[in-house]
Design a protein around this ligand. Sequence first.
Ligand code: AHN
Ligand code: ZN
Length: 332
Amino acid sequence: MKIKNQLLLVMCVTMSMGVLDGCHNKEKKPTEGAVQEKVECPAFDSDSAYAFVKAQTDFGPRVLGTEAHRACRDYLMERLRQYCDTVYVQSFMVRTYDGQQFTAENIIGSIQPASGERVLLASHWDSRPFADHDPLPARRTDAIDGANDGASGVGVLIEVARQLKQQRPAVGVDFVFYDAEDYGPRETDNAPDGEWWGLGSQYWARTPHVPGYNARYGVLLDMVGTPNPMFYQEQFSTHYAPSVVQKVWSTAYGLGYGQYFINQPGGVITDDHYYVNRLAHIPMIDIIHYDAASGTGFDPVWHTTNDNVQHVDKQSLSIVGTTLLQLIKSEK
Ligand code: AHN
Ligand code: ZN
């Protein structure tokens, strides 16, 4: 239900930044499987990434229509202006399953926007308006902090952007923070049929920030802050973008992260990457913690009031961020 469609283009203010020295990853010999060649890369700083996660949750739940949502939008734009060359904001109206209407905003930061060779990195930045899986029934109408569910991926990506500012990639990179991912119906809602999750990515995939936008591939992060994460190969990812799954999992393996990036199929998850694959036809995968034994398939704090920053693990952020930096630096 598009009532308004604004596209704001904001040029980035150039900041003077110190230049970091090269690679901090030790060379390691692969023992099995196809491993991507290691390239020089900047060091992902997990304290910095964690601070970017906490800065988001400090606003409170970033629920559509709230002041925290507006304030966090401004914060994310500021961070992208600092680390990217060009920042875009897409404002559009969404209608949620319960008949409400909200302004939603996708926030995009681009490095080397003129390059025709691009990689898309994304996460959602909104937080769920209700903790419908909370163990305490009385808390199930509370909004969630979404430290893992939303903020973790965004925090990793801001830190990746900060590192790439210090060591420029050979390709263009777009950081896309999708809004309105997590306003899907509760199991107890009698929702009308419809595609109620991923509203921001659906809008973006139909109306990209740059007309005719394309990328070599995309990587979505969702719930990457779980301690000892288990990144099984999500099945829409394997279906639509098998070579991207191979590339990312072998890159992680080469970095010594084989125990976290598990070479086995995971869930079938209707996440933002689904719409990017289906509607924009850009091959995109989802790096998402999956635990078949947890009941929900996700982290135990998923969609509860316990999804707060204390449950976000710095090492998990580092595993994902280091893998992304290696991936980007291997693109020629
Ligand atoms: C469903 O469970 C329908 N979608 C998972 C997408 C999601 C929700 N990611 C974070 N919160
Ligand atoms: Zn969620």
